[in-house]
Design a protein around this ligand. Structure first.
Ligand code: G3P
Ligand code: MG
Length: 254
């Protein structure tokens, strides 16, 4: 195992910010997570057509804004005109799409940790995304408060070429855990593996933990159904509503 940053990984991470209670991937959602007592959030980042990195999950605008069309076709001036809060509730009307720069400033101000997911949508380049995003993350945040993850192997490979394991914790994102999980993790000097909680098996969880990796699960919102995974060795649940797990998630590992 390479030397990794000394990350105090919490048991619970707020997915897309506190997305059960605020519009996902917004500054409001991160403020809500902080106010609710969560130290870490998971967020998605991708590039606008003009190359500006923004905090956004979908390839399109429709689901989470009052606009429509593809993110890749827009520049910053265009997305700044969108309302990205009203779709969630009147109390969030007027919320604007966060650039990576806006979001990093907030995370620094609030002293929060982030699992930043490089979100590679159809036919876009993961390498280009990593090239733009990784240096900004490394400049803004201490290594102990950052995990970079992606489903996209080229994006993670490029990220690793920009910073070694002691400076950048990389999380391999998978849906099910593939038979090749170990080679993928080793090739990246990965810190962690993040998988769909419904597709994890006890056997795979044990293999991953025995190999020394942190094991994170997305996106459980049913703590009773999730409960056996803590026994399997899962370190952290990335949930839309982590408060559901109050009194159920075990204490942090020391
Ligand atoms: O990073 C965990 C999770 O966010 C991955 O899936 O689609 O919610 O970004 P998605
Ligand atoms: Mg995500």
């Amino acid at each position: 195992m390479p030397k990794h940053p000394a990350i105090a990984l919490p048991r619970l991470i707020a997915h897309r910010g506190l997305s059960a209670h605020a519009p996902e991937n917004t500054l409001a959602a991160v403020k809500a997570a902080h106010e609710a007592g969560y130290a870490w959030v998971e967020l998605d980042v991708q590039l606008l057509g003009d190359g500006t990195p923004v905090i956004w999950h979908d390839a399109t605008l429709k689901r989470c804004s009052d606009g429509h069309g593809r993110l890749a076709m827009l520049d910053l001036a265009a997305v700044r005109r969108l309302d990205v809060g009203a779709w969630f509730g009147d109390g969030f009307r007027g919320e604007r799409m966060a650039t990576l720069s806006d979001m990093l400033a907030l995370l620094v101000e609030l002293d929060m940790g982030v699992n930043m997911e490089l979100k590679v949508t159809h036919r876009r380049s993961g390498t280009e995304l990593a090239e733009v995003v990784v240096p900004r993350l490394l400049k803004a945040l201490p290594p102990e408060r950052l995990i970079l993850s992606s489903f996209d192997q080229p994006a993670l490979q490029h990220a690793r070429s920009l910073a070694d394991a002691s400076l950048l914790a990389i999380g391999v994102l998978t849906e099910g855990v593939p038979a090749t999980w170990r080679t993928r993790c080793e090739a990246l000097d990965a810190f962690s593996l993040h998988t769909d909680w419904t597709r994890l098996t006890a056997r795979r969880a044990r293999e991953i933990k025995d190999a020394g990796y942190r094991l994170l699960c997305y996106t459980p919102n049913d703590p009773a159904a999730f409960a056996p995974r803590w026994e399997w060795g899962v370190d952290c649940a990335i949930s839309d509503d982590p408060a559901l797990f109050a009194g159920i998630a075990p204490p942090p590992r020391l």
